[in-house]
Write a protein that binds this ligand. Structure first.
Ligand code: PNS
Length: 158
């Protein structure tokens, strides 16, 4: 079966991430969503919470599996017998960093990265903006799945 890994911090998962995951699931036999940590970012949700929110949001997609990883994404790929990563590209601003990571992962471990253009509906969307908007009373109900909205509201506006 052809598998692809979809990695990210997912703090929390947004409808933009879910769009990439579900489109990936139409192209591959299995999408393994890999919830990782970016040392440059502090997270609002624990890895277990982030995994749980994605599992809930993807429960109807039979060929999507969600896992947590620590360390290098290429080691996670190797351990799961996967040779490609899929990521969404929103705008030119994403490009530099994504390109660097993709080239590093290919040159060091032979893991390919495939970029999928983000649905224009979600081109502006990021987990950070969702958290900020929600924290100060904004309505993010159209941007995240219901389970995420519930957790965001109770965590940020207790
Ligand atoms: O959602 P993000 O923050 O863009 O996700 C970034 C993530 C977690 C996918 C990336 O930082 C990553 O792959 N981290 C794992 C550590 C690693 O492999 N670093 C080297 C990348 S070349």
């Amino acid at each position: 079966m052809r598998r692809v890994v979809c990695p990210g911090s997912f703090d929390p998962v947004t409808n933009g991430h879910l769009d990439i995951i579900s489109r990936g699931a139409q192209l591959y036999g299995e999408v393994v969503v890999a919830v990782g940590g970016n040392p440059a970012k502090t997270t609002l949700f624990t890895p277990a919470e982030r995994v749980e929110m994605i599992r809930e949001a993807t429960e109807k997609l039979d060929n999507v599996r969600v896992d947590h990883f620590e360390g290098l994404i290429v080691d996670f790929c190797r351990a799961n017998n996967v040779s490609a990563i899929v990521k969404g590209l929103r705008a030119v601003s994403d490009f530099d960093y994504e390109m660097q990571m993709a080239q590093m992962n290919y040159s060091q471990a032979g893991v390919e990265t495939l970029f999928m253009t983000t649905n224009p509906l979600y081109a502006f969307l990021s987990s950070s903006l969702v958290k900020e908007f929600c924290k100060y009373g904004g309505d993010v109900s159209g941007l995240v799945p219901p389970g995420v909205l519930e957790r965001l509201t109770s965590r940020l506006r207790p």
